[in-house]
Write a protein that binds this ligand. Structure first.
Ligand code: C5P
Length: 302
């Protein structure tokens, strides 16, 4: 019997993020296309008397109490099985914190799988997805990985065929941008019919066709995010940075989820290397990733 289990979970980008008008429960219907990319958090769980969470690289944005989504995931799993157990959860962060790349959701998904394996619970995939969906809109996709359409508030995920790889330059931002604030900005702009042009919750057929055909150039041409304007209204310097990134690299800029991380997409590794060289020259912090990659998976038993 293992004493610890380590599970790796990927970051996500939204190749398309279409947002419709707010629902009665405060969430927004989405038509989104997720892609898992090669930035990872590693989550290690060890049986313990009480729930606790530790960040190997402490970050003031990440709570270390019972509000941490990984702890809530663990508690939801034991409640689901009617158990009275707890664990210590150790997180090694490779995904930008509060950056719109679903790092917290990745940790929650990893915790579900890690504890399921640690305690040999044999939770069904359907039950894991159900628990994940109740924890947060992005948690089910972290379980799934690859490329998938997300509907509902994002929690209903369906894998889609993606016949090409994409390379990403990931430009994180020092300050976090809370997701609810960006959706509130969307709501405020949506009051004004001229304020926002949105795709809404329709799934984008051009993008899905380009993915299926393996046409990376067409995929990149179809990238879109309805939260771009709401985020840039809140943080105008992000719009300025987007212009600067395009000047430096020639690539279009995609806001990652609700931001503030910004992404440049490339058809191959050479494109990513070229952009990285330009950003190094300009002194702009960044990292490179590729996608699609697998969802949460066990990396070691201790
Ligand atoms: O589902 P999750 O907990 O990640 O959502 C965080 C917040 O983002 C929600 O409380 C809500 O304000 C906003 N949100 C939304 N519509 C969605 C997803 C998230 O308004 N589809």
């Amino acid at each position: 019997m293992a004493e610890s289990v380590t599970v790796r979970a990927p970051a996500k980008v939204n190749l398309h993020l279409g947002v419709a008008g707010v629902r009665a429960d405060g969430f927004h219907p989405l038509g989104t296309v997720f892609q898992a990319v090669s930035l990872y958090d590693d989550v290690t769980v060890i049986e313990s008397e009480d729930w606790s969470v530790e960040l190997l690289e402490p970050d003031p944005e990440v709570p270390l109490d019972g509000t941490n989504l990984a702890v809530r995931a663990g508690q939801a799993l034991v409640a689901h099985h009617g158990l009275d157990r707890a664990a210590h959860i150790e997180i090694h962060k490779g995904i930008p914190v509060a950056g719109g790349m679903a790092g917290g959701s990745a940790d929650a998904a990893a915790t579900l799988v890690a504890l399921d394996r640690l305690w040999s619970l044999e939770t069904t995939d359907d039950d894991l997805l159900g628990l994940a969906g109740r924890l947060g809109s992005d948690v089910p996709f972290a379980l799934l990985g690859g490329t998938a359409v997300g509907t509902g508030r994002g929690e209903i995920v369906e894998p889609v065929r993606s016949a090409c790889d994409l390379w990403w330059t990931v430009v994180p931002d020092g300050a976090g941008l809370p997701t609810p604030t960006v959706f509130a900005s969307y709501d405020a702009l949506a009051q004004d019919p001229d304020g926002l042009v949105v795709f809404g919750d329709q799934t984008p057929s051009d993008l899905l066709a380009a993915l299926a055909a393996g046409d990376a150039q067409a995929v990149i041409a179809a990238l879109h995010n309805d939260l771009t304007v709401p985020a840039y209204v809140l943080r105008p310097e992000l719009a300025q940075r987007a212009r600067r990134l395009t000047e430096l690299t020639g690539a279009g800029v995609l806001l990652s989820g609700s931001g503030p991380t910004q992404l440049l997409a490339h058809v191959d590794a050479e494109g990513a290397r070229g952009a990285a060289a330009a950003l190094v020259e300009a002194g702009i912090a960044h990292t490179t990733a590729h996608g699609p990659v697998a969802g949460v998976h066990v990396v070691s038993y201790g």
